[in-house]
Design a protein around this ligand. Sequence first.
Ligand SMILES: NC(=O)c1ccc[n+]([C@@H]2O[C@H](COP(=O)([O-])OP(=O)(O)OC[C@H]3O[C@@H](n4cnc5c(N)ncnc54)[C@H](O)[C@@H]3O)[C@@H](O)[C@H]2O)c1
Ligand SMILES: [Zn+2]
Ligand SMILES: [Zn+2]
Length: 344
Amino acid sequence: MKALVYAAKGQPRLEDRPKPTILKPTDAIVKMVKTTICGTDLHIFKGDVATCDTGRILGHEGVAVVEQVGDNVGLFKPGDKVIVSCITSCTTCANCRRGMPSHCTNGGWALGNTIDGTQAEYTRIPHADGSLHLAVESASDNAQLMLSDTVPTGYECGVLQGKIKLGSTVAIVGSGPVGLGALITSQLYSPLQIIMIDLNEKRLATARSLGATHTVVSGPNVVEQVMKITGGRGVDAALEAVGIPATFELCQKLVAVGGTIANLGVHGTKVDLHLETLWDKNITITTRLVDASSTPMLIKLVESGKILPEKFATHTFAFKDIEKAYNIFGAAEAHDCLKVVIEF
Ligand SMILES: NC(=O)c1ccc[n+]([C@@H]2O[C@H](COP(=O)([O-])OP(=O)(O)OC[C@H]3O[C@@H](n4cnc5c(N)ncnc54)[C@H](O)[C@@H]3O)[C@@H](O)[C@H]2O)c1
Ligand SMILES: [Zn+2]
Ligand SMILES: [Zn+2]
């Protein structure tokens, strides 16, 4: 089969690989229908993700059809259409049992990181019962593709960790798919203001069309502008959805007294924490690897039309052109690209 491999820093390469086989009775083999590229895959190519070795087949998102199941898989059978979760969950280890499958001791974020992932014609899914979800017929594949990682990350790491509630003021730094995932799910809690911040005006226009109350182009006056919008208070929830020091430092300047900085971004370098200005502000800082435990609920929201994440899909490529898709996604601004859909 063909597979997209992390060949070296900056080098995505389509290679021939053997088709995966069942290794354990809890495994399933799925035939990919659609996959996509995540901002995190770009971090891997920058060398930011130490756990991912060269030679790895990338990808941790997808809609697929079950091809084969091991003897101990109870919830799925060949022919089922499924959403592949970016988190592999054994459901029985101590971390799975305490609701933190992101740190499952037998899985966690494994696909496209520590084991071969979904940017391939076939993928082996360990602990299939805890790591796949039945897709629904009444929602599009593109909408459900966003439920592997993008929307659960925005919701769990951003909206839930940021404690967004009725009347909150919110700033989301980074209007990429993950930031937009936080934008569309935060509205279900009726915050007063949602200020989206990005360098890219097109992405901010998308944010406005998806419900942002304010947008600010990131630049030297960004703090001043947010203070003006919030009457000088700052925001109750500052969500960092980029993954670079500058944006985490920006969140420290935007957070109001008593507020929360919720970090979503994957960081590859150290960031300064300004306790000299924050020590007396009663703030909370959260970090989280997505658990994707909200995916079953998000499937219902998509099915009922309450959220429309298919709007994140801007480009479609055939799998044979995935190297090109990486180039386009890597220069997203120049191509007005948000999320690429890769079809098999
Ligand atoms: N915590 C988790 O479990 C988890 C899961 C998935 C993704 N992520 C991470 O979330 C982050 C966002 O993912 P994405 O797919 O949306 O990425 P993305 O690269 O598509 O989006 C990032 C956005 O940040 C903007 N940006 C860059 N520099 C900026 C600056 N100085 N000020 C304001 N905006 C700036 C870019 O223009 C872009 O729109 C990434 O770091 C990704 O690795 C984390
Ligand atoms: Zn991801
Ligand atoms: Zn587990």
